[in-house]
Design a protein around this ligand. Sequence first.
Ligand SMILES: CC(C)(COP(=O)(O)OP(=O)(O)OC[C@H]1O[C@@H](n2cnc3c(N)ncnc32)[C@H](O)[C@@H]1OP(=O)(O)O)[C@@H](O)C(=O)NCCC(=O)NCCS
Length: 197
Amino acid sequence: MLGWAKKIIYRFLFHRKRKRFIETYCRNCASTLQLREFEYIHPSGDLFIGENSQLLCWSAYNSVQPPQQLSPNLRIGKNFHATRNLTIQCAGNITIGDDVLVASDVFIINYNHGLSPLTASYLENKLDVSEVVIGNGVWLGNNVVVLPGVHIGDKTIIGAGSVVTRDVPPYSIAVGNPAKVIKKYNNKTQQWENIDK
Ligand SMILES: CC(C)(COP(=O)(O)OP(=O)(O)OC[C@H]1O[C@@H](n2cnc3c(N)ncnc32)[C@H](O)[C@@H]1OP(=O)(O)O)[C@@H](O)C(=O)NCCC(=O)NCCS
């Protein structure tokens, strides 16, 4: 009996906390925004996230025995603008700086299923987590994929359809799959300059 009462109180408090989180940080986000384990999401304010987007954190992975405990920590800086259909899957650290612009259909993830082929399904392997950092003022074009372990420097632009598999330095334009730097910003001339191929 006491167990049920505890569950009801817990649910009530959980929903109140979730409502407060949404009212504080997600006022400018589409109502279709899905949150998983929102306690691990730390936005600085001014979030704009378009329709059909998801911010998903995992604090435990139960497909392995014993379950793998994880420490998700999704930090999003101020003035974040994501157009629509953004998915962020977070099992460890993902840090997104201030003034980041994200176009439609972008996917950011900071874990892989372990790569051992010896289990029946890759689902049975532990998650392999590595930090993703997206610097201040970065612009991710349509359909960009950011893979685990990647750091993207401040003010860098990732072209539409690119898959970012390695770090990209600040003030660069990177395109393609895998994304490669094609231009660097020259502060003296204030121009983007081609990188010699
Ligand atoms: C990355 C981008 C900004 C580059 O603009 P740019 O500096 O004017 O680039 P250029 O047109 O001079 O192209 C330079 C080279 O990169 C190639 N390139 C440009 N964008 C590319 C992309 N997304 N993927 C693959 N190659 C690309 C060009 O074909 C060109 O190759 P070449 O030298 O062999 O001919 C732009 O192409 C882009 O992808 N914008 C994103 C658009 C978007 O998603 N908007 C959403 C609104 S929020």
